[in-house]
Design a protein around this ligand. Structure first.
Ligand SMILES: Cc1cc2nc3c(=O)[nH]c(=O)nc-3n(C[C@H](O)[C@H](O)[C@H](O)COP(=O)(O)OP(=O)(O)OC[C@H]3O[C@@H](n4cnc5c(N)ncnc54)[C@H](O)[C@@H]3O)c2cc1C
Length: 304
């Protein structure tokens, strides 16, 4: 611990804007998570490689945070440095949008609409950054971000900055190769079709308002096990809507959404999610896998 503090001090001396003991709950849509030892904002996209390199040289564990809309941090916080991606420049070049990875998907969509570009408009209302969207191949209404990715500038602590095109990412339902490689998206170039009459934003927004629960959540907790059977349908059929653990409950409106009533913890989420998974398996012999990312205080994935 003593040694780790010395390394923290060294990092802070290089980057005096570093915050110590930052509440992670404030940075996530679930409002869950204890204190991160260190926290720093990356306002400029090239800050990210700089922070990662120094953290790595000092042996400090790091975690890159985007919008915090798909992550459930530990109640014990994070033993290391949380780098908060705030680099959000967006440029339009013909039918292409080039965005820094900290740009909110909503901002990218707004810019696209302004320039009569469509496609991604179906994801209107999907929160989080474009970097986080690429990591998990976020999608809605039959489209996924991967459908529009042309190429991406990545940072990897071993190889530095490199560019990769669409095929490299092996996009499929709510996943990309980044879940294995842990490379960081610095910026992305999206190729978009022209906006057409079917791209009616108000209808999509209305659908979200009417069908999505309100409150502290990160959207769908489990992935849909098949194209035909949604996790929400199975959870509903299993009679689990409204089930509660601590201050976390299964939404009555949408069975696959877990809501933090206010004082919910990661422990509550994990215990509720395990009960849901076990019950769905007991009744239907279908094993649900989480879409939300749950990590312990050392950044390791917590299995459900
Ligand atoms: C109300 C609500 C509705 C939602 N609806 C949908 C939906 O319709 N469809 C859907 O797919 N999802 C949905 N989600 C989930 C969430 O919006 C997406 O998963 C989103 O893409 C997460 O982006 P983020 O920036 O918040 O990622 P974060 O939660 O900050 O991070 C998630 C993961 O991505 C990694 N990551 C973040 N940025 C980068 C980067 N630049 N490079 C590499 N890795 C990175 C992080 O390290 C972390 O492992 C919803 C969430 C909420 C709260």
């Amino acid at each position: 611990m003593e040694e780790e503090n010395l390394e923290y001090n060294e990092f802070i001396s290089k980057f005096p804007q570093t915050v110590q003991h930052m509440w992670l709950a404030e940075l996530t849509s679930y409002k869950i998570g204890g204190l991160a030892d260190l926290y720093i904002k990356a306002e400029n996209i090239l800050d990210i490689p700089k922070f990662v390199q120094i953290a790595q040289d000092l042996g400090i564990r790091y975690y890159l945070l985007g919008g915090g809309c798909n992550i459930i941090f530990s109640d014990k916080g994070f033993r290391g440095l949380v780098i908060h991606n705030k680099a959000d420049k967006i440029e339009v070049q013909g039918n292409k949008i080039v965005a820094e990875s900290g740009a909110m998907l909503g901002q990218v969509i707004a810019k696209a609409r302004k320039h009569e570009l469509g496609g991604i408009i179906k994801m209107i209302g999907l929160p989080g950054t474009i970097g986080g969207a690429i990591y998990g191949n976020a999608g809605a209404k039959g489209v996924e971000i991967g459908d529009f990715v042309e190429n991406v500038k990545l940072f990897d602590k071993e190889f530095g900055v490199k560019e990769e095109n669409h095929d490299y990412f092996q996009f499929s339902y709510r996943t990309s190769i980044l879940k294995k490689t842990h490379e960081i998206v610095l910026s992305v170039s999206l190729s978009l079709p022209s906006l057409n009459a079917g791209d009616t934003a108000p209808e999509i927004v209305r659908f979200r308002i009417e069908n999505q629960p309100k409150g502290n959540t990160a959207g769908s907790f489990f992935k849909n096990p098949t194209l035909n059977e949604s996790a929400g349908f199975l959870i509903d059929k299993a009679g689990l809507k409204g089930l509660e653990k601590g201050d976390i409950r299964v939404s009555e409106l949408h069975g696959n959404w877990l809501i933090n009533n206010g004082n919910g913890t990661q422990e509550d989420v994990v215990s509720l999610a395990r009960e849901i998974k076990n019950e769905v398996y007991r009744q239907f012999k279908i094993s649900l896998e989480p879409e939300n990312i749950i990590i312990d205080e050392y950044g390791n994935k917590v299995d459900i």
